[in-house]
Write a protein that binds this ligand. Sequence first.
Ligand code: AMP
Ligand code: ZN
Length: 114
Amino acid sequence: MEDCIFCKIINKQIPSKIVFEDDEMLAFEDINPQAPVHILIIPKEHYASLNEIPEEKKAILGNIVMRARKIAAEKGLKENGYRIVLNTLRDAGQDVFHIHFHLLGGRKMMWPPG
Ligand code: AMP
Ligand code: ZN
């Protein structure tokens, strides 16, 4: 996707602090962190939101969540916990329309979210 900022990050046209990369996903630090640890994890294939993920591609969702768990452990969050967030469209506050999971941790968080 030409105009997608996260596709540009995947293609290294825009710099990012990469935490993990393989053939199907990229994890990188959020540019405006909302917690001591704030990492975005995205599939390399462009899908605007969860709504666009086809049934046959559902494995990527589990793979990303399991990778988020691994990164959380590497960042020392396993004991105290962490939050994985998947904002979908406007009511949830999705701003970038390339599906991304947020991994947040390192501080106590509130519930319910605002
Ligand atoms: P959302 O509101 O769920 O769509 O989240 C979009 C996230 O992308 C926000 O937390 C932004 O801080 C983050 N973001 C936007 N541009 C960049 C960028 N160039 N590098 C890293 N994170 C970004
Ligand atoms: Zn994209």
